[in-house]
Design a protein around this ligand. Structure first.
Ligand SMILES: [Fe+2]
Length: 191
């Protein structure tokens, strides 16, 4: 059965275009990689080594990996160097490293439009330029951390480049080589 015109029109009007990624923090990236890549066959397509925590804006060290699904969306994971992730006393997910769901919008203008809507409704938010995408973060009324994100002109180039070295980058980081390899990132955007 074909979807009705109503259904198609309703979806066309939705500025949240699609699922983008889901993120979770791990303390064992290699076990995570084995599960998602070796068992479930989702290829590791990026390992970004970061040396600043964009939440606290302080020096830190962690990797951000992406395992790709068949539609181009991904499952993302973070692992911090031992002792560098600060657990808070708050129960449940405390920041986007612990857990968040990311939804894709078509363009940066949509991010800014939602920023205004969030502000008008009294929600705190945070803009982050990741280099390979541009995002706004907020909490829904249940405390669920959400990210709205859009591709940028550099997205494909950066992701294609990182896909080639993702395994090597992961191996090196796990072995203690912790220099940043995401040179495109501009961090917190106060715009
Ligand atoms: Fe994310």
């Amino acid at each position: 059965m074909q979807e009705s015109k109503n259904t198609i029109e309703r979806r066309k009007k939705n500025r949240i275009r699609q699922f983008h990624h889901h993120a979770f923090r791990t303390s064992d990236m290699e076990a995570t990689r084995k599960f998602w890549e070796d068992i479930l066959e989702c290829p590791l397509i990026g390992t970004f080594v970061e040396t600043t925590d964009p939440v606290t804006e302080e020096p830190s060290n962690y990797i951000h990996t992406f395992f790709e699904l068949g539609d181009g969306t991904a499952l993302a994971f973070f692992q911090f160097q031992e002792g560098l992730y600060k657990e808070s006393a708050i129960k449940g997910p405390q920041d986007p490293f612990d857990h968040h769901i990311a939804l894709e919008v078509e363009k940066k203008e949509d991010i800014f439009a939602f920023k205004e809507r969030l502000e008008a409704a009294g929600y705190d938010h945070m803009l982050i330029d990741h280099g390979y995408c541009y995002s706004i973060y907020a909490h829904d009324p249940n405390g669920m951390q959400i990210e709205l994100t859009t591709k940028v002109p550099e997205t494909v180039e950066i992701m294609e480049k990182h896909a080639k070295t993702a395994h090597e980058d992961l191996k090196k980081w796990l072995e203690g080589v912790t220099e940043a390899n995401n040179k495109y990132r501009r961090m917190r955007d106060k715009a």
